[in-house]
Ligand binder design. Structure first.
Ligand code: FMN
Length: 446
């Protein structure tokens, strides 16, 4: 795979590949949710009932022996949080969202990733890694890391160490792309597997292969034996991530139109066996993966990400509330580290300014730690926490572009703008070179 980067990785990949490209006005969906219940602002106890701090934090340690005062308007973001029943003591509620950056060489994480992640690590912070392939068949994007080869795990070790040296907690996101792949990326040039043979057809989605961008092709429905094997691959990847690479935990990627979501959502899944049809059947695969991963590494090291409303990669559900309330209710049984959900304003290749939909019904049903993601800055993130919409808030693009995001929020400093053109481009531009606040100020002073 080493040659793939040079041979094929485009220098400027469409920003819509994994992220979002533009904002549009809100669209109405019948049966939208009611607003969430209001909760604490002083952060003494969260919905999950996990004891947190007894008093609002007045100072925050951003690392390197520097403490900054916490302004009251952002205080909810800087409350400590006890994750996984106390296994992980977080110093704050800001999470680094999983972000694919395509800077691996083939599937091997590089030393640059250690610099990249540690730039964004604060003591007691929570970082979720870029989506990481669990097996060769799961690969859908070139230059994304893996978790099945010794070389991949050796590549991860210094990355994990760098993050932990900064005192942060590091979870690895487990990824299988399913139909969001191409025979050119598959072992033996086979068709990728999915829940069905329905391909991704929207023209805005293209797959990058060693010979350039191509349209997606039809997948083949996974057999029962293959489903069982992939469940085992998730468990093996989780063990490798934690026991070999040294990650603190894993996040199962059940969102954004990838393999697990291809089972959950009925625009993709047309199976007639026990993995298709009813909501219960469509959620079966996700729950089997959760169970296997929990059995492999323990529930307090396992989170899951799901996205009821995302239309990314043509994966839509006709009853997103019913489907995902069922799923989240079932997840209560496992005592997971957390459930991480993507806000409805984040759709596919677009972001809405606002949405009539809401994660509130899922928040109400889920009894454990709830992370929300999508479209947050300091103010609305603090509000979401103060209003009890979530326990933790994940930040993607703004954190990507602002390695010192905590500091900027604490100082109400302007944010670096993110550069979509370098989200997935090869090289260090837009990866390691987003300036710190001091660097920005020094440049402005010149
Ligand atoms: C460059 C980029 C890469 C992404 N990669 C992943 C990924 O690997 N796994 C995932 O679950 N979501 C991924 N996402 C989605 C983000 O985690 C997040 O949900 C999204 O950016 C919305 O949050 P934001 O508004 O804070 O950026 C990606 C988004 C972007 C922009």
């Amino acid at each position: 795979m080493n040659t793939m980067r040079n041979a094929a990785a485009p220098s400027r990949i469409s920003a819509g590949l994994l992220g979002m490209t533009r904002h549009v006005a809100a669209v109405a969906r019948p049966g939208a949710a009611t607003s969430p219940r209001k909760l604490h602002t002083g952060a003494t106890t969260d919905v999950a009932g996990t004891a947190t701090s007894t008093a609002p934090a007045t100072k925050f340690d951003i690392g390197g022996g520097v403490e900054l005062p916490v302004p009251s308007d952002v205080a909810p973001l800087f409350q400590p949080y006890s994750l996984s029943g106390g296994r992980f003591q977080l110093s704050n509620r800001i999470v680094y969202a999983p972000l694919t950056r395509m800077r691996a060489v083939g599937t091997i994480p590089q030393p640059s990733a250690a610099v990249y992640y540690s730039q964004r690590a604060v003591p007691g912070g929570l970082i979720i890694s870029e989506a990481t392939n669990i097996a060769p068949e799961g690969l859908g994007y070139m230059n994304t890391p893996g978790l099945w080869l010794p070389e991949q795990l050796e590549g991860w070790k210094p990355v994990v160490r760098a993050v932990k040296d900064k005192g942060a907690v590091f979870f690895c996101q487990l990824w299988h792309c399913g139909r969001a792949s191409h025979p050119d990326l598959q072992p033996n040039g086979a068709a990728p597997i999915s829940s069905s043979n329905r391909p991704i057809t929207s023209p805005e989605y293209q797959v990058y292969t060693p010979s350039g961008p191509k349209s997606y092709t039809a997948p083949r429905p996974a057999t029962r034996e293959e489903i069982k094997r992939v469940v085992g691959e998730y468990a093996r990847a989780a063990k490798n991530a934690i026991e070999v690479a040294g990650f603190d935990g894993v996040e199962i990627h059940g969102a954004n139109g990838y393999f697990i979501d291809q089972f959950i959502k009925d625009s993709v899944n047309d199976r007639t066996d026990e993995y298709g049809g009813s909501i219960e059947n469509r959620c079966r695969f996700a729950l089997e993966v959760v169970e296997a991963v929990v059995n492999a590494v323990g529930a307090d090291r396992v989170g899951i990400r799901i996205s009821p409303f995302t239309t990314f990669l043509d994966a839509l559900d006709s009853t997103p509330y019913a489907t995902h309330v069922y799923l989240v209710e079932k997840l209560n049984a496992y005592g997971l580290s957390y459930v991480h959900m993507v806000e409805p304003r984040v759709l596919g290749v677009i972001d809405l300014d606002s949405s009539p939909d809401s994660l509130a019904p899922f928040r109400r049903v889920y009894k454990g730690t709830f992370i929300t993601a999508g479209g947050f800055k300091a103010e609305n993130g603090a509000e979401a926490l103060a209003d009890g919409e979530a326990d933790l808030v994940a930040y993607g693009r703004w954190y990507l572009a602002n390695p010192d995001l905590h500091k900027r929020f604490l100082l109400h400093a302007p944010l670096n703008k993110y550069d979509r053109d370098t989200f997935y481009s090869p090289g260090m531009e837009g990866y390691l070179d987003y300036p710190t606040l001091e660097e920005v100020q020094a440049r402005e002073a010149q």
